[in-house]
Structures are given as structure tokens and as C-alpha cells.
Design a protein around this ligand. Structure first.
Ligand code: CAA
Length: 258
């Protein structure tokens, strides 16, 4: 039997998924993407989990879609089996915050997976690239759409057309990552961040995530309307009243995630 392509663990209210195909630098094949999607949905449905971390190894977050598997596919095969759509996009269903903790290579589909997360914490060793052009391919797991939204057209075109690789500091400057931390601190720093986030009110986190994501999908007027509805809905939340009263009474809020 093949070893599991992911490792799953829990740390308080944080669910951690570690991509685990070390010999292939975590190249993303069906077994891995199926297992990742299943683990994401399980954590999303778990009341005891408030935030999710996806990480890889020190050498590679993920080196992209599995080229060995794809090399001989035909157009009709990928069309009929809905390559990418069938299992890579499960992450879009997740309503809780998802943080990518990236060390080493995040290339092709690996970079696209990081882009599909809500935040990216990068180790100083992290390297981001969409090198599909070298294969006469195209970044097809959201790369040509999410990258320009994240870093703008000029830098995105450069990365997609020339296969330019960005180090962690450049990726930080351009807005591809949220934070950069020393290599040795990646896992603890990300877990600390995820624990902090998971301690906040879960319905508020989900509302904020949905609202920020709306900024990419809608006009400003529609986005503002969506945000306003989410704000009004906060007043139906026990946690929001608890949070405001705790502030006024100078005590720590006790959120019940309602
Ligand atoms: N698919 C399949 N296997 C891969 C892989 C990938 N994407 N990336 C690395 N591997 C395998 C290598 O073939 C190698 O296997 P063997 O030991 O059996 O030869 C093993 O992982 C280690 O890789 P390297 O020896 O190449 O390691 P390196 O340190 O010299 O180089 C690297 C690392 C720069 C990441 C290099 O492996 C590389 O360029 N990988 C391919 C990156 C790439 O092109 N990604 C895009 C894929 S297409 C895609 O993702 C499409 C999409 O949008 C969905």
C-alpha cells in the first residue's frame, strides 16, 4: 500500500495538514489532492477547529502538478475527467481561515495552492514560481487569475511569461505572502498565528473571510453591500455582544463561536 500523501494533526483549535510525498517534492497528484480535499472538509465541519494550516517539507511546499502523471494525457481525458476542477478546487468550499506555511519550492500548482489559501506565511527559504511556460503549459489551477489579483498584472505577467522565481522577501514586497519568518520558526510562528486566529469568534472569522473574498469577485458597490449585510448579521451573534461587553467591562471575552 502507498503511504498516505498527507499527514493530519490537531493542535488545540488548529488543524494541520502536511503534504507528504517527499521523493517527488510533494508533486500534486490525484491521491494527494483527494486526501487534501477530504481533510480540509473534515476540519471545516469540525466544531473544535477554528483555523487550518497547510504545509509541506523544509525543501518543498509543493513542486506543482505531477508532471510524470500528466505527460501523456490527452485533451479529451482531462476534459472528461475535469482535471483540477474535480479535486483541486475543494479548498474554495472551506469557510474557515486557511493558512499556507511555505518553505522551499512553491512552484506551479504548489504556488497556486498557496494562492488559494487565505494567508501565506513564508520561511526565508521559500521560492515561488509559475514555471509552466518551460513545459509549454499554462498555470491552470487559478494561477493566471489569482496571481494578478494578488500582485498586479506587471509582476504576474513576468512570473507567468518568463518563469521568474520570487524569493520570500520579493514575494512579501509584492503582496504574494502575508509574513516572512526565519526558516527555523516557520512551523511555530504559523501555529501561533493560527492559534491566535482560531481563538476569535468563528462566525466572525467566516464572515470576514467571505467579505474579503468578495472584494475579488464583485464590483465595489456590490462588495460594500455584501460587507454591510455581514456587519448587520454580526448583531445576531452572541459572540459579538460578548466581545463588545467584555471590552467595556475590561475583561477577556469568552467566545462560544455562535
Ligand atoms: N512532478 C513530478 N515530479 C516532480 C515534480 C513535479 N512537478 N517536481 C519534482 N519532481 C520529482 C523529480 O522528477 C525528482 O524525481 P526523481 O528523483 O525520481 O528524479 C524529484 O522530484 C526531485 O526533484 P529534482 O531532482 O528536480 O530536485 P531539484 O532540487 O534539483 O529541483 C525543482 C527542484 C526546481 C522544484 C525541480 O524539481 C522542478 O523544476 N520541478 C518541476 C516544477 C514545475 O515545473 N512545476 C509545474 C508543474 S505543471 C503545473 O503545476 C500545472 C498546473 O498549473 C496545474
Amino acid at each position: 500500500m502507498n503511504p498516505s500523501p498527507i499527514l493530519v494533526s490537531r493542535h488545540g483549535r488548529v488543524g494541520v495538514i502536511t503534504l507528504h510525498r517527499p521523493a517527488q517534492l510533494n508533486a500534486l497528484n490525484d491521491a494527494l489532492m483527494d486526501a487534501l480535499g477530504e481533510a480540509l472538509l473534515q476540519f471545516d465541519a469540525d466544531e473544535g477547529i477554528g483555523a487550518i494550516v497547510i504545509t509541506g517539507s523544509d525543501k518543498a511546499f509543493a513542486a506543482g502538478a505531477d508532471i510524470a502523471v500528466m505527460a501523456d494525457w490527452t485533451c479529451m481525458e482531462v476534459y472528461q475527467s475535469q482535471f483540477i476542477t474535480r479535486n483541486w478546487e475543494t479548498i474554495r468550499q472551506v469557510r474557515k481561515p486557511v493558512i499556507a506555511a511555505v518553505a522551499g519550492y512553491a512552484m506551479g500548482g504548489g504556488c497556486e495552492l498557496a494562492l488559494a489559501c487565505d494567508m501565506v506565511v513564508a520561511a526565508e527559504s521559500a521560492q515561488f514560481a509559475l514555471p509552466e511556460i518551460k513545459l509549454a503549459m499554462l498555470p491552470g489551477a487559478g494561477g493566471t487569475q489569482r496571481l494578478p489579483r494578488a500582485i498586479g498584472k506587471a509582476k504576474a505577467m513576468d512570473m507567468c511569461l518568463s518563469a521568474r522565481m520570487l524569493g520570500a522577501d520579493e514575494a512579501d514586497r509584492y503582496g504574494l505572502v502575508s509574513r516572512v519568518v526565519p526558516d527555523a520558526e516557520l512551523q511555530t510562528a504559523t501555529l501561533q498565528l493560527a492559534t491566535q486566529i482560531a481563538g476569535y469568534s468563528l462566525p466572525a472569522l467566516m464572515a470576514i473571510k467571505a467579505s474579503v473574498n468578495r472584494a475579488h469577485e464583485a464590483s465595489l458597490t456590490e462588495g460594500i453591500l455584501f460587507e454591510r449585510r455581514e456587519l448587520y448579521a454580526r448583531f445576531a451573534s452572541e459572540d459579538a455582544h460578548e466581545g463588545m461587553h467584555a471590552f467595556l467591562n475590561k475583561r477577556k471575552p469568552a467566545f462560544r463561536h455562535r
